[in-house]
Design a protein around this ligand. Structure first.
Ligand code: UDP
Ligand code: MG
Length: 326
């Protein structure tokens, strides 16, 4: 049985890798078709996330030369997660299955066969999981590990070593469309969609060319977003810390009273100073954490669109009509 596949690839300043990526995709799609896994009208959807280089021109040219390539142009840069969502929502109801991957060839395309086989076996979501992270820097590897542990500890269902290389059936895409959150963390949402899922492991290689669009600052912001979008445990932690400090303060009160009674009142300078700094620090930290959630609420209540599609290049010539069902 062959399925209509749409491969969704967000691209931000990827002019250096696109020629190679598209070449390999043509090969891959042909081989999948030959194996009888996908239909001839399967597509590759390249989402231009407001690139500043020639990425969009290249996508237009790819589309002209080979209708297998479709292009979506976002009105401006909206970040990886939003660009990916824009692509997935475009693919929704235009395919049987979607596979999302990065433009930089880090995700091994040969895993796609196994993705589709899992789908045929009845999975609606298939996660690509990296075998090893040798190609990442030591720093990226360690911080990523810490992040996954933290998420698990906070009770968030997230697949270890899974980036956004993932198969989602049309049914799963329709379910995803019902999640209206502005603070997007797709790899955390996919498990919430539910349905039967499985993992497929693959070797993650190095970025083919160009540089990572995720510098440390963006990575940290992404991690904080992931945590605060899916867990309220940090807020509870504040309550627990506050409770603990309250208990300690009761003892301090007792100590102060005894000191007062026994007439040794002036000596308390060190402890006073220490506690002022400590309590102040904890209070500020707690306010910061609460602020993070308040900020989230603020962003969510505005309900701004998560992406705006300027153009949609496809064979049918239909234009944007991509509804962002909320
Ligand atoms: N990307 C995007 N918008 C952005 C940043 C990145 O669409 O603002 C795309 C990028 O083109 C790539 C994918 O997201 O296809 C992952 O980015 P990258 O490879 O730089 O991240 P890393 O693999 O280093 O985590
Ligand atoms: Mg990459």
């Amino acid at each position: 049985m062959a399925y209509k596949l749409m491969v969704v690839i967000p691209c931000y300043n990827e002019e250096e890798v696109l020629p190679e990526t598209s070449r390999r995709l043509v090969e891959k799609m042909a081989s999948l078709e030959k194996k009888g896994l996908i239909t001839p009208d399967s597509r590759v959807l390249l989402v231009n996330d407001g690139s500043r280089d020639r990425t969009w021109e290249m996508i237009c040219q790819l589309h002209r030369e080979n209708p297998m390539f479709e292009g979506v142009k976002l009105s401006r840069n909206r970040g990886h997660q939003n660009a990916l969502l824009a692509g997935l929502m475009t693919a929704r109801n235009r395919c049987d299955i979607s596979i999302s991957m990065d433009a930089d060839l880090q995700d091994d395309m040969d895993a796609m066969d196994r993705f589709i086989e899992k789908y045929a076996e009845g999975c609606d979501v298939v996660y690509g999981v990296r075998n090893k992270r040798e190609t990442d820097t030591f720093f990226k590897r360690e911080t990523a590990l810490m992040f996954y542990r933290l998420m698990k500890g906070l009770g968030v269902d997230i697949t270890y070593n899974h980036a956004d290389y993932r198969l989602m059936s049309n049914r799963a895409l329709n379910a995803l469309a019902q999640f209206g959150e502005v603070n997007l963390f797709l790899r955390g949402l996919a498990p919430l969609v539910g349905f039967q899922s499985d993992t497929v492991s693959y070797d993650r290689s190095e970025r083919f060319a160009g540089e990572s669009k995720y510098p440390f600052k963006k990575m940290l912001a992404f991690a904080i977003d992931g945590i605060t979008s899916f867990s309220v445990k940090p807020l509870r932690l504040i309550t627990s810390v506050g409770l603990g400090i309250f208990v300690v303060s009761l003892f301090m009160l007792l100590y102060a009273l005894i000191s007062w009674i026994t007439g040794k009142t002036v000596v308390g300078w060190t402890s006073t100073l220490a506690s002022i700094w400590m309590i102040g620090g904890i209070q500020l930290l707690s306010l910061g954490i609460i602020g993070e959630y308040v900020g989230k609420i603020y962003n969510e209540t505005k309900r701004r669109p998560r992406f705006i599609i300027e153009r949609y290049l496809n064979e049918a010539g239909e234009d944007p009509a991509v509804d962002e069902t909320r």
